[in-house]
Design a protein around this ligand. Structure first.
Ligand code: NAD
Length: 260
């Protein structure tokens, strides 16, 4: 369905970003990966993805806290892959603490990666999409782009900001063949939430599995984790022609979290 298209997915060396990269590659889409990790493991991942799906795969290690590296990342995607049709702003980091104890440097880092980086990628990617009259921008926000939880000041502020940015870009691109939407996952079992599972398990004096179940019980009515494959399929749908009139939305995939 997406044969010949090119996607840049930030933070795609693990977790949700990798799930989205796999799902897009399975549709024949070329993918530019980005994110941190062991260089040899990332090289193996690129090979595996391109062999499995026959689609071009490239990688750029840009650190998204540096706007100059983001500019190079977008330029590299265009140069290596021959264009840029789909942008998935997925990279994200987390830190939990009450506001008065929240380290200012953690606030700055979370705002930089979870919000400002998406402004910079969109800023550089949009001219390529406008030139083709086709584009899809997916911002991986969170349920925390729609509702709040204690101890997540920076994360909640950044994700609410990302939903706002999504709406502005959707309005500015409406009718141009370009859509911009946010995906708002609930608990998804990735490295990002392992510290929270561990903290819950330790607080309750239970194992990691029971700690995970306790986190789900607090917020996610389905009491099941969202899977990275499910988020990948939602991303594929939002990139499809059927979704061309879906723009400016923030789509929850959260087991009922935000219905409460
Ligand atoms: P993850 O830790 O597995 O993945 C994060 C990715 O971002 C990694 O590839 C990492 O290398 C990359 N990254 C981090 N800092 C970076 C930087 N400065 N420059 C470049 N890349 C950087 O976590 P995940 O759960 O897959 O998170 C992906 C996105 O999904 C995040 O935006 C997160 O907020 C969001 N999200 C996650 C959950 C969840 O429950 N896991 C829920 C809602 C939203």
């Amino acid at each position: 369905m997406l044969k010949g298209k090119v996607a840049l997915i930030t933070g795609s060396t693990s977790g949700i970003g990798l799930g989205i990269a796999r799902a897009l590659a399975a549709q024949g889409c070329g993918v530019m990966l980005n994110g941190f990790g062991d260089a040899a493991a990332i090289e193996r991942l690129c090979l595996e993805l391109s062999e499995q799906h026959g689609a071009p795969v490239a990688y750029n290690r840009a650190d998204l806290t540096h706007p100059a590296e983001i500019e190079t990342l977008v330029a590299d995607a265009v140069a290596q892959m021959g264009g840029l049709d789909i942008l998935v702003n997925n990279a994200g980091i987390q830190h939990t603490a009450p506001v008065e104890e929240f380290p200012p440097e953690k606030w700055d880092a979370i705002l930089a990666v979870n919000l400002s980086a998406s402004f910079h990628t969109i800023h550089h990617a949009l001219p390529h999409m406008k030139a083709k009259g086709w584009g899809r921008i997916l911002n991986i926000a969170s349920v925390h782009g729609l509702v709040a939880s204690p101890n997540k000041a920076a994360y909640v502020a950044a994700k609410h900001g990302l939903v706002g940015l999504t709406k502005v870009v959707a309005l500015e691109t409406a009718g141009l063949g370009i859509t911009c939407n946010a995906i708002c996952p609930g608990w998804t079992r990735t490295e990002l939430i392992e510290p929270q599972i561990l903290a819950k398990a330790q607080a309750l004096g239970v194992g990691l599995e029971a700690g995970g179940q306790a986190l789900l019980a607090e917020k996610q009515p389905s009491r099941q984790f969202v899977s990275i494959e499910q988020i990948g399929q939602l991303a594929v749908f939002l990139c499809s022609s059927a979704a061309v009139q879906i723009t400016g939305t923030a789509v929850p995939i959260d087991g009922g979290w935000t219905a409460q």
